[in-house]
Structures are given as C-alpha cells and as structure tokens.
Ligand binder design. Sequence first.
Ligand code: PRP
Ligand code: URA
Length: 209
Amino acid sequence: MAKLTIMDHPLIQHKLSLIRQKDRGAKEFRELVEEVAMLMAYEVTRHLPLKEVEIETPVAIAKTNILAGKKLGVVAILRAGLGMISGFVKLIPAAKIGHIGIYRDPDTLEPVEYFSKLPQDVADREILVVDPMLATGGSASAALSVLKNKGARQIKLVVLVAAPEGVARIQKDHPDVEIFTAALDEGLNDHAYIIPGLGDAGDRFFGTK
Ligand code: PRP
Ligand code: URA
C-alpha cells in the first residue's frame, strides 16, 4: 500500500493555517502556497543520493557531499498545481517541468483530461506530482495513469490538503506511489469539497470564480 507521510514541520503547519483562512487575499494566498511548496520540496527530497567530492575552501582541501545527480521532474496538475511549481523549482532548479491538465466535472465529479505535456525522458526521472488538493482522488489518479502510460515508474504525489477518501483512492489505484501531504482532513462535503479544507484552490490562487 502507498505510504502516506504527513509533513508536520511547524512552518508548514503554520503557513497552511494562514492559507486556509477564508479572508486571506489572493496575493498572500499565492505567496504562502509558494512558501509551503518550497518547504514540502525540502522534505520530499530528503532521500536524494549524495556523492563525495573534494573541494578547496579558502582554508583547506575538504571532502564534502554534493547531489549525485538523480534526475527529477516536477509535474503540475492544472490549474491549481501550477501554484506549487515555483516553490519546487526554487529548490530544485534543474528539474524538468511537466503539465497535466485535468479538471473535475462539477456534476459527475469525474476527472476530465484536456492537456498533457511531459518531459520526453519522463521514464528516466523521479517524478514529483504536485496539486494542492486531494479530494476524491479522481484527478490525481488520472494524472498518475497518464504518467505511467508515458513510462514513469518512480512517482511521488505531493499535496497540501488530503481527504481520507482521496488517500484511499490513490492507495487502491496506485499502491506504488508515495503520498506526501501537509494535512489529512476530516472528509468531503456533498459537493466533494474537503472539510475543512481551504475551498477551491484554483479559484483562490487565480482569483476566478
Ligand atoms: C481541483 C484540485 C485537484 C482536484 C481535486 O482542481 O486542484 O486537481 O480539484 O479533486 P478530486 O481529488 O476530487 O479530483 P479543479 O477540478 O478545481 O480544477 P482547477 O485546478 O483547474 O480549478
Ligand atoms: N478541489 C478544490 O479545489 N478544493 C476541494 O476542496 C476539493 C477539490
């Protein structure tokens, strides 16, 4: 079963509380999403392999560690996932970036795929899929299937807020994909919005309705 990690770093928890507040304006909302995404990128890359190198400091020769060069890709589920890209890329500037356009049909709640552009060598990269919300899990599950159909094999899913229903869906459909979230909320309301959640992440980030 896919492992679920709740990122309990105090800065992540504090900033997520600010993001959740309904009167938080779009400017601050965007800045906070970027900051939390950056902190999540830090946590989700803990496992990256290092290699020892010899460098010269102003004082002496030192044996130190640098990244061994594992290839990474960050894939945003449009639209709201776009908001997390800048935070990830600040910490992982060499990562290639992919986009998968999926929206949730408001009546059927089924995911509708409308766009996909991925790095060509997606099969050779570890892929971090980002989306603020994991509600029913339909959108993320569909995005993970798109990636797997293109050959991706090492995938992690990174969300700000998850509902237990969405986690269960990913664990059933994609047991190989580790899930990272800043919060595991209570559940879904009648419109499949996460309770308490933060509302419609895309609309809040882009200022649309
Ligand atoms: C939101 C969110 C996820 C999806 C989660 O996108 O960003 O992609 O809903 O819901 P699910 O787990 O039930 O599929 P939305 O459909 O609102 O599209 P948008 O990002 O373009 O606004
Ligand atoms: N999509 C959102 O943006 N918010 C939710 O609570 C559920 C799906």
